[in-house]
Design a protein around this ligand. Sequence first.
Ligand code: SF4
Ligand code: SF4
Length: 106
Amino acid sequence: MQMQQKKPATDCKNTKKYYVGPVATEFVATKTGIWRIERPDVVIENCIFCGTCRKHCPTDVITMEKEGENRGVHFDWDYCKGCGICANVCPKKCINMIQEGSACNL
Ligand code: SF4
Ligand code: SF4
């Protein structure tokens, strides 16, 4: 947890002042994957490897491999919190949010 700023921050035009409260800057003890009640499941046949899901994931847990035996879109299940943003932004609508525990690759 960071200390609250001693001086107020200002906006770009210097017209407003506000304090920034304490913020968590490191997740050292919490694996956000335990929050998950749904998980993303990719229909890889429809994926065009555009990277939109990876770009928008708030926890940066998505990796992609376009070729090879690990070809696919991969998630770090320790930290994917199941927010569904990746599914919402996918232009091919090839990410389905499925109930946690129902993925065949668990
Ligand atoms: S956003 Fe959809 S199409 Fe693009 S890489 Fe992710 S899963 Fe594939
Ligand atoms: S469900 Fe949320 S946290 Fe998990 S991979 Fe998608 S965008 Fe990232």
